[in-house]
Design a protein around this ligand. Structure first.
Ligand code: ATP
Length: 834
């Protein structure tokens, strides 16, 4: 249907100004799925244009086309009259920002750094101002908090703040209030009113129709990729909107409340305490749905997760029927607990698997015969859920990553419901779900309660709690402060209970713990610890053997530290992107072999020429790795494993046995001292400081960490991921080459096997330095300190009369301890008080 006719500006709503955003004839297909079928839409300054539609109608796809995240198949996007390309960074620069439905944040970066991804020159004071403008007291965060440690609702606040930081002329909100409660929603609406008054054009997508009705000036309805209606919002009745969205009249959204049975208790919780909540008691009888309410972060979510066996309980009992499940989530599941977490992406679904496989994961035993999966039964199960919850996807073989947000939620809900649990725990049951499917989910939960399942729901949506639940526990500061039932289960009473009870969690002790754990989890902390450990190793060895700390051995340790640090830097470049470079050793080895041809006394190009040629060759190897990883989408480990063997072979062909003396002039040059310290060591320290500054203080370094931390989000906010990955590999090749060139001066002869051990040693230095193998975190200075620690141990052992075996045990053990320590310290929430 042609939407143009409905899309003209309406004088009562819009003054006669030009639209800030014009979408013209946008079409977009994903294979056979026609997500958008020729959409025309305009947004005017000072207007809130709401877009509603059922799950999979095409809302997010439309927004992604407007933001340049997706390239429309046809049609154009005009911002302030200018045609916008499909490049998110450019589109943002033209004045369009999106607060995405799934926050596009880099979890390993701080709040401030995430804000600066949107605007490089953002000062601390302004960043704080922006954050204060978006955040309520309950969801407040520090600029120095890591994004990965924030709660889901705080993540949404940061997402909105990030979009606001670039001062957009068009501000698109894609389901911004899903994790918000009433006070946060009201706060957001005040912000939107201010933005409207400042002349921002606002596009607002939501399934919460009462919110849409209260904020929208104009409303568009999308259905199946068509824009079927655009009118001033005041012209719609709620029933009419529902009818347009769902394509059928819906009647009652919530099913009638239940008759609470007198049967045996389904779930008994007595005096339960755990992290975030204390002394909670509850009995659930057949036929009732229990709601958990409270301001964000008051313990209700922690309590629900404890009931799922996810967090350890410190005191109290949980009984399912008469049985007491053993600790651990697997035991709780076996005892009949179904759980739907609020963060479906990180905890609920396996995005790369199909709908069928995700549904099957819920009951692997039931769909297997003698340990072999029965494909037919799995398919039948998935198709049943698909039909029951009206999941919108071509087939059950569709990967979950290709579903719209609301449909993903239905897949997750369906999986847990289908396990026929005795206790059904649901955190945000209808997050992102359209009004029609909400009704289906509520009906299913009610049917479960009536069939004798203990149903407990935690929700930020007061309307949902009021409409669905028979009894509500209101949480504040970790305890239940009110229990409401019958007619008292309403939004007003819940809010009243919240207001009466909620205080801020205070405490200088908590702040001190936070500061301490923040330092412990900082990127530079490993450097300090490793330097101390290295000094300790050297001190103990000197104490045992007075010959150890001679000028000669100090120079030896520092020279080898320099070489290993360079190899570590090379590894770090790739690891920050979430890859691993197995070829570092062979590249360094090839550089040694090439040096024995090009940096000799008879070298044809002179020393400088030889060094340059070798560096160029190694850089090209890095470039080749980057191109292969990006063009063929192969994992770095596969590409560099292949070149590991290839380069090693090449070195052996060039130097089957050690030969080719390295020029003494060059060896002397490398050995130049500044006092007792080799000059190259000082240079590598300076280089490490500069690289560290670049990594943490320059936009390029921040982009590198962001890409490693969350590649998809980085692309959505306009970082050139492919280019960054390519540059990282180029850097890696060059640095490994430089390490090899210096190594050649150290060994003095061309040998094909000299460099090989540097692959594993470089990984060790980087991991000791606290880098995250999955990408996003690492430190050049800590890698340098890691290299110093390793070389100190290697140098010390002969002086302590200990063999090489001890060296392997010590370094291996230290690496293991370091990795375990970092994993523990950096566990989400470990450094956070939220
Ligand atoms: N990357 C993708 N690959 C394949 N299909 C996709 C992809 N992204 C979206 N789709 C499909 O395009 C259609 C529109 O999806 P979209 O996410 O735009 O819906 P939506 O209106 O935002 O839904 P929701 O309210 O659930 O968020 C859906 O059928 C979805 O499955």
């Amino acid at each position: 249907m042609n939407s143009q006719a409905h899309n003209a500006p309406v004088a009562a709503v819009v003054p006669d100004s030009a639209p800030t955003l014009i979408l013209e004839g946008i079409t977009k297909s994903f294979g056979p799925v026609k997500a958008l079928k020729g959409i025309d839409l305009k947004a005017w300054p000072g207007e809130v244009h709401a877009i509603v539609g059922e799950n999979g109608a095409g809302k997010s796809t439309l927004i992604n086309c407007a933001a340049g995240v997706l390239k429309p198949d046809t049609g154009s996007v005009l911002i302030k009259g200018e045609k916008a390309p499909a490049l998110p960074g450019v589109v943002r620069g033209m004045g369009l920002s999106v607060a995405f439905q799934h926050p596009a944040l880099a979890p390993d970066l701080t709040v401030l750094e995430n804000l600066r991804l949107a605007r490089r020159d953002l000062g601390v004071a302004e960043a704080q101002q922006i954050l204060d403008r978006v955040s309520t007291k309950t969801l407040a965060m520090d600029l120095s908090d890591r994004a990965g440690e924030l709660s889901l609702a705080q993540g949404h606040v940061l997402e909105i703040a990030r979009a606001l930081a670039s001062r957009p002329a068009v501000f698109i909100f894609d389901e911004p209030t899903e994790p918000f409660q009433d006070p946060e929603v009201r706060h957001l609406f005040r912000l939107i009113a201010e933005l409207k008054a400042e002349g921002t054009a606002i596009i607002y997508i939501s399934h919460r129709l009462h919110e849409v009705m209260s904020i929208a000036d104009r409303l568009s309805v999308l259905r199946d990729g068509d824009l079927i209606e655009t009118r001033p919002a005041a012209g719609f009745t709620p029933d009419e909107i529902v009818n347009l969205i769902v394509g059928r009249p819906l009647g009652q959204v919530f099913p009638a409340k239940g008759q609470i049975g007198t049967g045996p208790k389904l779930l008994t919780v007595a005096g339960l305490s755990g992290p975030g909540f204390r002394d909670v008691s509850l009995e659930v009888r057949p036929g009732e749905i229990i709601g958990l309410a409270g301001v964000e972060g008051q313990g209700q979510r922690d309590f629900l997760r404890a009931l799922a066996g996810l967090t350890p309980v410190t005191e109290g009992d949980i009984r399912i029927g008469m049985a007491e499940p053993r600790p651990g989530v697997a035991n709780f599941r076996r005892a009949g607990v179904g759980f739907v977490p609020d963060d479906r992406h990180s905890e609920g679904l396996v995005l790369s698997l199909s709908i069928r496989e995700n549904e099957g994961l819920g009951q692997l035993a039931a769909i297997s015969d003698g340990g072999v999966l029965n494909a037919g039964r799995e398919k039948a199960l998935a198709e049943q859920i698909h039909a029951d919850l009206r999941v919108k996807a071509p087939t059950v073989e569709t990967p979950v990553s290709a579903l719209s947000g609301g449909n993903q939620q239905k897949v997750l809900m369906g999986r847990e419901m289908a396990t026929r649990p005795k206790v059904m725990l649901v955190d945000e049951p209808t997050k992102g779900v359209d009004v029609g499917s909400r009704s289906d989910i509520y009906t299913k939960l009610r049917e479960m309660a009536e069939a004798g399942v203990a149903v407990i729901v935690s929700s930020a949506d007061g309307v949902e709690i009021e409409g669905l639940c028979d009894r509500v526990l209101v949480f504040s500061r970790g305890t239940v402060v009110a229990e409401l039932s019958g007619a008292d289960v309403n939004d007003a009473r819940i809010t009243e209970a919240n207001l009466k009870a909620t205080g801020q969690r205070a405490g200088t002790e908590e702040d001190a713990t936070r500061k301490r754990s923040r330092w412990l989890s900082s990127d530079q902390m490993p450097a300090a610890i490793l330097i101390l450990l290295s000094l300790l190793v050297m001190g103990v060895t000197q104490w045992q053997n007075a010959y150890f700390l001679s000028a000669f051995s100090i120079q030896g340790i520092l020279t080898l530290t320099t070489i290993l640090a360079l190899a570590g830097f090379a590894q770090l470049c790739v690891m920050l992107n979430g890859g691993i470079d197995l070829s570092i050793g062979p590249v360094a080895g090839l550089a040694v072999v090439l040096s024995s041809f090009l940096i000799t006394d008879e070298a044809p190009l002179g020393i400088a020429g030889g060094v340059l040629v070798i560096l160029l060759a190694c850089t090209l190897i890095g470039l080749m790795h980057g191109l292969l990883v990006e063009a063929l989408k192969l994992p770095a480990i596969v590409v560099t494993l292949a070149t590991y063997t290839g380069l090693q072979g090449l070195s052996l062909v060039l130097r089957p046995s050690p030969a080719g003396m390295i020029s003494y002039d060059f060896t002397d040059m490398v050995g130049v001292l500044a006092g007792p310290v080799p000059l190259i060591f000082l240079l590598v320290v300076l280089g490490g400081i500069a690289a560290e500054f670049g990594l943490f203080r320059r936009p390029g370094g921040r982009a590198l960490r962001a890409v490693g931390s969350n590649p998809k989000s980085s692309e959505m906010i306009g970082l050139r991921r492919a280019r960054i990955v390519l540059l990282a590999f180029v850097g890696s090749g060059a640095l490994a080459g430089l390490a090899g060139i210096l190594l050649s001066a150290q060994v003095g002869i061309g040998s094909a096997t000299t460099g090989v051990s540097y692959t594993l040693m470089s990984v060790t230095a980087v991991v000791l330095g606290g880098a995250q193998i999955a990408g996003g975190r690492g430190s050049f200075l800590a890698t340098l300190a890691g290299a110093l620690f390793i070389q100190s141990i290697i140098a010390a052992l002969p002086f302590l009369n200990l063999g090489a075996v001890v060296q392997y045990i010590l370094i291996g053990g230290a690496t293991f301890v370091a990795a375990a320590l970092f994993a523990m310290i950096r566990k989400p929430g470990a450094a956070s008080a939220h």
